[in-house]
Structures are given as structure tokens and as C-alpha cells.
Design a protein around this ligand. Structure first.
Ligand code: M6R
Length: 613
């Protein structure tokens, strides 16, 4: 939520800031702004709406200078307008700040500062930071010290970048609960919420930790802990392996389509080097040190939010089926409220694309407090979650740019089944030959997905047919309840359609009263043990004149006589079915969004990474 960036060096800051904001726009896109120090003045330009509008506005201003900050916003406090856009400033227009997060105690601090004569111009919680720094700066000659003193007064989560007209040779950045990456170039530094925004300048980075404050001048940097007197901290430099071209459209009209179509490759990348065909198992380097503990596990909680949490419904079943360990999905935000039995004999598996979702991070921290082993399936390398869990598994699918998750989703689902197989083999619950058969099916997945993607033109036609429908049901059973819930979320976030996902049988317990001729249901009906029961549900829907799009196994022509449309997925293992069944739903959501003229990659009101509770 919100992307922040700061640059100090020898180059013109503005193009670097604008390009960085463009890369981070998925984090929030209701307003944007930049502030640049040139000579002895700070020029600040802000715009309601997208970074492209800000860029246009910047053309009419003189913004030359080698020190600057920028922000792209997802509003929390104060409606999205120019006044509430960042950078926010102090009374004198000396201190400018870009902030990601929430200052929970902003109101008492604001009241205190107003009594001291400070004038506030916005409704944001952020503005209090600039005024408090202004207050400390009056007493301190040392600007970083003034920032440090102010930071100690805040409760909540923040990543900040701050500059001051009075101290033009310094940029200060700090984090507590919101991600921040420091890029180290040659006599230039860039700091941002996302590595993609740093990459146009350098691939040498430091992932800052909570409590870190980086003081940057054009020729040096220092990292200190703002919480304990500012003592210097040593942090490891890392080289980012991917290039910023991974975040380009590559000829596709939208990132969402590029990412859907890229799933054969992203699934291959997820499995690469991990499947041991001969042993019928999986190898995860990051889990090796915990083998002994994993052999003795009594329980696993899977914690995540949104799409990631729907994939945990697959993990839950698979872990119980293959490893015989009781497993329970928990919505990340609710985990801490439960007096659950999570203890030293349990593991908490956190699943997150960004690795920065506040609610999932809280679940990890709570599980640690209870003594559990913490594991993570995370896509973003170096993210907070990746660094906080005891044992991590990376998705390796590269940057996912569209706000609606697709390639990370299928990778998360696959990794959970791979983990279940690994645990099953480790604990002697799955024989070598059973494991070999599962591994072989996993290896076939990319080809299966390629085949499904070929039906995209058919799905486009269906999207045209149903584009006026405002409500949808998405239904499935067992492993495919996950696909139904995820398909419904895709329709909500991309097509802005009301969609409900649930177990096919649950329909009869109430929701079926909603079925009318313009309420389509998308039903996953694979040729498996539950086929006849699922087929009956399709009949029940049709008996009530509800249109049905059935997703079934290749070769099963029977449903063509009953359903309004049938989409086919190749035959695979029951537990792998949702990875295939979700693909037509992703495509349908995509084409419906296009038909309805929605902003596919940046749906309204959303941000890709939800870093506040
Ligand atoms: O980064 P995370 O995987 O932790 O994000 C969790 C959810 O916010 C995310 O999956 C969200 O539901 C997506 N918009 C779904 O497309």
C-alpha cells in the first residue's frame, strides 16, 4: 500500500523518481507526487490519479535537482485528492515526506502540535511526521537526529523518505513495518518500497530491517537503529538477479493477460530443481535444517490473506492426505485471536506473494511467540516474510505486476502440494512409487496449462455473452472449493461483478434461492469420485433455469447436453485439478473486465500489497 522512493546522487532525480513510481504503481494509484530540491528551494508537484498525470504536470514545472522523493498513494486517512497526496510538508515548506503505512497515534500528536502553533493542511496521518520533524529540527542542528527523535514518538507502521530544504545534501529513510530497499549505486543512492523501482539505478541493494534508518548523502550512507540511540548497523548487500524488463508488458495489452499466459513457464520455474523423480519426492533447500522438527509435527496452520488464503484450502487437504498431519487454514488476520493449540510441536505455514501482507506477518509473529516452527511460501525475494520465517520456499515466478494475482496463485497451490508430498515422504506416509506417480503428474502440469490456454478465444466469447450479468456463482467441491472461491474473487476484483464462491453442495442450503435465468454459475465438475454428485448439482441449477458454464475433464462430452457451455481441462490427479480449473476462471474474469472497460491491472480501490491491518 503506497509506494515511496527517494534519490540522491549526481543525476537528475525527477526521471528516476517518476520511473520508480511507475514501477510501484500497483501498490496504490489514487494520487501521486514528487518533491525535488533544486538550489535552495523545494518544488513539490502532486496530482490526483495516476503517475502518468503527475508526469504530465511535472512538464510544466522546473524540477531540476539531484535530490528528491516521490510517492504513489493508496488512501487510508483522507480522501484521494491533491491536498492529501504526498509528499506532505511542514509549516514552512522545509521538510517534505513520503510515507507508506499508518501512524496510529497521529491524532494526539497532531493536537499537541496544533497547540504549539502548527498549521495542518491535509487530512492525512502522514502530515504529523513532517511537523514533528520540523519541531525537533528547531532544537537540533543535526537533521538525521531530528528525524530519529520524531520517529521514536510514532506508533504504527511506516516506511518514510524525508528531505529538508535546510539540509539539501541529505536524504533520510526509515522503516518500521513497511518494506524499504536501499539501492547502492556509484556515488548515488535510491531507496524505495519495491526492488523494481531501485533496479533502473542499481542492482546492489540492502533490504532494510524494522528500526533501520538510512542517512544518505551523495557519497556515503549510514544505517542506524532509530530506536536505540542511533548506533551504526552493518547490513548485508545483495545483488538482485532479475532485470527491470521482467516488469514490462512484452507485447501484451495487460500484465494480467501476460501473467495468465505465462503460467506454463511459471509452473516450470516453481518446480525447477526441486522434483526428485527417482526418489518420488521434493527437495526444498530452505527446509533442510528443520527435517527433525518436521518429522515430529503434530499440526500445521496455514495462514494467508485473499487469494493466497484460498490456495491454503488446497494445502490443507493435501497435507492431511499425503502427510497425515492435521492441517487447518486460518485467515491471517484472525489467527492471533484464536486460543488455538499452536505450540512447539506445530508449524505455521505463511503463504504470500508480496511477503509484506501485514495480517500474515502478524500471524507469523504470533506463531513464533507460541514457539511454533514458521515456514513461508513467498514470491518476493528479500521481503519481510522471507526474512522472518524459519524456513522459506520461494515461488521463483518473477515479479507479478497485475493487482489480481494469477501466476503466483497457481505457483502457491503447487508448492503446497509439493510440500505435502515432501512431508509425506519424510514421515513415511507416501511410498516411493506413489511419490513417483505424483511427481510425474506435476511435471505434466505446464503442458496441461498450455492446452487450456488455447481455449482463450472461446472464453472471450463467453465473456461477451455474460458481460451484462451482475451476479455469478462459482462452485466446486473438495480441492476445487479453493478454485471456486478464487474464481469468485477474480470476478469481483477485475470484473466488478458480485460473485460468490462456495462448495457445490452448500448451494442447496440457502443460496439456490437466488438462481434466476440471468445468474450464471461456473461449476467445476471433473471426472473424479465426486462426478455424479456434481453432475446432479448442475441438473439442479438447470432445473431452476440458471445458466451453467461447466469446467470438466477432457473427453467427458456428457455435460454438453446439460450445461450452457463446457470448458475442458486435461485429466490429472484430483489434488492438482484446481491448478487447472482456475485458469479458465482467470481468463473469464480478465475478458469480462476488458468487456466492461475496467482498468484490468489496477482495479478500483485496490492495492497489490496490503501492508496495513
Ligand atoms: O501478497 P499476498 O499474497 O500476501 O497478498 C494477499 C492478498 O492481498 C492478495 O492475494 C489479494 O487477494 C489479490 N488481490 C488477489 O488477486
Amino acid at each position: 500500500m503506497c509506494g515511496i522512493i527517494g534519490y540522491i546522487g549526481k543525476r537528475d532525480a525527477l526521471p528516476i523518481l517518476l520511473e520508480g513510481l511507475r514501477c510501484m504503481e500497483y501498490r496504490g494509484y489514487d494520487s501521486a507526487g514528487v518533491a525535488v530540491i533544486s538550489k535552495n528551494a523545494v518544488t513539490c508537484v502532486r496530482a490526483k490519479g495516476r503517475v502518468a498525470l503527475l508526469k504530465e504536470k511535472c512538464l510544466t514545472e522546473t524540477l531540476e535537482g539531484a535530490v528528491g522523493i516521490g510517492h504513489t498513494r493508496w488512501a487510508t486517512h483522507g480522501e484521494p485528492n491533491e491536498r492529501n497526496a504526498h509528499p506532505q510538508r511542514d509549516c514552512m515548506g522545509d521538510v517534505f515526506i513520503a510515507h507508506n503505512g499508518i501512524i496510529e497515534n497521529h491524532q494526539p500528536l497532531k493536537d499537541h502540535l496544533i497547540k504549539k502553533g502548527h498549521k495542518f493542511l491535509s487530512e492525512t496521518d502522514t502530515e504529523v511526521i513532517s511537523h514533528l520533524i520540523e519541531e525537533y529540527d528547531k532544537k537540533e542542528k543535526d537533521f538525521p537526529k531530528a528525524v530519529r527523535l520524531a520517529l521514536k514518538d510514532f506508533h504504527g507502521a511506516f516506511g518514510i523518505v524525508v528531505l529538508s530544504r535546510k539540509h539539501p545534501g541529505v536524504l533520510v529513510a526509515a522503516r518500521f513495518g513497511s518494506p524499504l530497499i536501499l539501492g547502492i549505486g556509484k556515488e548515488e543512492y535510491v531507496v524505495a518500497s519495491d526492488a523494481n523501482a531501485v533496479l533502473p539505478v542499481t542492482n546492489r541493494v540492502i533490504y532494510l530491517n524494522d528500526g533501520d534508518m538510512a542517512t544518505l548523502s551523495g557519497s556515503a550512507y549510514e544505517i542506524s537503529d532509530f530506536r536505540n540511540g542511533g548506533g551504526t548497523q552493518k547490513r548485508k548487500k545483495t545483488t538482485i538477479e532479475w532485470t527491470s524488463s521482467a516488469a514490462e508488458l512484452g507485447g501484451y495489452p495487460h500484465f494480467m493477460l501476460k501473467e495468465i499466459m505465462g503460467q506454463p513457464q511459471s509452473l516450470r520455474d516453481t518446480m525447477r530443481g526441486r522434483l526428485l523423480s527417482h526418489e518420488g519426492t521434493v527437495k526444498f533447500g530452505g527446509l533442510e535444517p528443520f527435517e527433525k522438527r518436521m518429522r515430529a509435527l503434530q499440526h500445521i496452520t496455514l495462514a494467508a490473506m485473499g487469494t493466497a488464503s484460498f490456495t491454503c484450502l488446497i494445502g490443507e487437504y493435501a497435507i492431511e492426505e499425503l502427510a497425515g498431519i492435521p492441517a487447518k487454514r486460518e485467515i491471517g488476520s484472525e489467527f492471533a485471536f484464536r486460543s488455538s493449540t499452536v505450540n512447539a510441536e506445530s508449524a505455521l505455514l505463511a503463504v504470500s506473494q508480496s511477503g509484506e501482507t501485514a495480517d500474515t506477518l502478524n500471524a507469523i509473529r504470533e506463531a513464533k511467540r507460541r514457539g511454533a516452527l514458521t515456514l513461508g511460501i513467498v514470491n518476493v525475494v528479500g521481503s519481510t516474510m522471507a526474512r522472518e520465517v524459519d524456513g522459506g520456499i520461494y515461488n521463483h515466478v518473477g515479479p507479478e505486476i497485475a493487482v489480481a494475482s494469477t501466476k503466483a496463485t497457481t505457483s502457491q497451490a503447487l508448492l503446497q502440494i509439493m510440500l505435502a508430498l515432501y512431508l509425506g515422504r519424510l514421515r513415511g506416509m507416501v511410498s516411493r512409487s506413489e511419490g513417483q506417480a505424483i511427481v510425474a503428474e506435476m511435471q505434466r502440469l505446464p503442458k496441461h496449462v498450455e492446452k487450456i490456454l488455447k481455449s482463450k478465444e472461446r472464453i472471450k466469447v463467453l465473456a461477451k455473452k455474460y458481460k451484462k450479468c451482475e451476479d455469478f456463482f462459482l462452485l466446486g467441491r473438495k480441492y476445487n472449493v479453493s478454485a471456486a472461491l478464487e474464481g469468485a474473487l477474480k470476478l469481483k476484483e477485475c470484473a466488478y461483478a458480485h460473485a460468490e464462491g462456495c462448495s457445490t453442495t452448500e448451494l442447496k442450503h440457502g443460496p439456490i434461492s437466488l438462481i434466476v435465468p440471468n445468474l450464471p454459475s461456473i461449476v467445476v465438475v471433473p471426472r473424479d469420485a465426486l462426478y455424479e454428485k456434481n453432475k446432479s448439482s448442475v441438473e439442479e441449477l438447470k432445473a431452476r433455469k440458471g445458466p451453467v458454464i461447466a469446467i470438466t475433464t477432457e473427453g467427458n462430452k456428457e455435460l454438453e447436453k446439460i450445461a450452457d457451455a463446457v470448458l475442458y481441462i486435461p485429466k490429472t490427479l484430483e489434488m492438482l485439478t484446481p491448478i487447472l480449473a482456475i485458469i479458465p476462471m482467470q481468463l473469464l474474469a480478465y475478458y469480462l473486465a476488458v468487456e466492461r472497460g475496467n482498468d484490468v491491472d489496477k482495479p478500483r480501490n485496490l492495492a497489490k500489497s496490503v501492508t496495513v491491518e
